[in-house]
Design a binder for this molecule. Structure first.
Ligand code: SF4
Length: 296
């Protein structure tokens, strides 16, 4: 049905979190306003722009009737769409509420620095307009590794940003990347990431795995982990998480799809990790991503 529209449906590329498979994706920006992260090939070569309101309204008006008035879940793309600022985001949420009478929840990609640019009362107003959850890339809780990767901000910014969201009643879904620091950082990466998650207390916490995809220069600059080392890193993170969070490894970059609530399901999840750690040496000594590379 979507293919019947007579204009380009999306500015490519389009990315969305796995959990937003059933949501209507509405692009409010194109690319990533930061685009400094050396491990991320998502928007390399894409010129950043904020799409204007008239275009978005025109786009929404031309959606087939089955979507118009029927969308309950909307995901705002691209990269860190929350960078658009309060007045603009309020305008877009107001528009979505007007267009989709059954709208229940709107979700968005955000960086901690973007969130810290909002006032507490602004976040509360966005929540009242159904901003339900922000997807945030922590990547690692290790500040030295963050710097090395070119990701802006710190573990402390992350903690403050999550506290602001929580105060406003907006949920958080956080990701970090297994193997991000290679062999040099693996211990600190796992320990500091678990510590940052414990302090930040996200509602959802997911792990991706570093694989090739527009980030070859960064991968060449680290001593990449083997599959075995990735699982050992994963194991250390799972062992250390004490905050209550829904945990998943459901991204296409992961070899093993895990799901549960931490810390309640810790023993089962560790058992599943230990089971795969008994696989063949040939499998465990390989580089992650050998089964297919999608980037982030
Ligand atoms: S990781 Fe996020 S903030 Fe960094 S370049 Fe990629 S999309 Fe932008």
């Amino acid at each position: 049905m979507l293919m019947q529209v007579d204009f380009p449906l999306y500015h490519q590329p389009v990315f969305r979190p796995p959990a937003e498979a059933d949501s209507l994706i509405v692009q409010v920006t194109h690319g990533c306003s930061r685009n400094t992260c050396r491990f991320c090939g998502m928007y390399k070569g894409v010129k950043y722009e904020t799409l204007d309101r008239e275009y978005i309204e025109y786009w929404l008006d031309r959606l087939p009737r089955v979507i118009f008035g029927g969308a309950r879940r909307v995901f705002l793309a691209d990269g860190n769409a929350m960078c658009v600022g309060f007045p603009w985001l309020r305008e877009i949420l107001t528009l979505l509420n007007k267009k989709f009478r059954g709208l229940r929840r709107v979700t968005i990609y955000a960086t901690p620095a973007d969130i810290l640019n909002y006032q507490a009362e602004e976040l509360a107003e966005l929540k009242s307009l159904k901003l339900w959850m922000a997807y945030i890339g922590l990547e690692t809780g290790c500040n030295e590794l963050l710097k090395k990767t070119g990701k802006q901000g710190s573990a402390e910014d992350f903690g403050q940003a999550l506290a602001m969201l929580r105060q406003a009643g907006i949920r958080s879904s956080v990701t970090a990347i297994l193997g991000l620091g290679g062999k040099e950082f693996t211990n600190r990466h796992s320990e500091d990431t678990a510590d940052a998650v414990n302090k930040g207390r996200p509602d959802y916490f997911s792990l991706l795995t570093l694989i090739r995809g527009g980030n070859e220069e960064f991968i060449a600059s680290i001593k990449q982990l083997t599959v075995r080392e990735v699982f050992l890193e994963l194991r250390r993170i799972v062992e250390r998480i004490e905050t209550r969070t829904i945990f998943r490894t459901n991204h296409a970059s992961n070899i093993l799809q895990l799901e549960g609530t931490l810390p309640d399901d810790r023993l089962r999840i560790l058992f599943e990790i230990d089971t795969i750690l008994r696989s063949s040496e040939e499998f465990l000594d390989r580089e992650p991503g050998f089964f297919g590379e999608s980037g982030y």
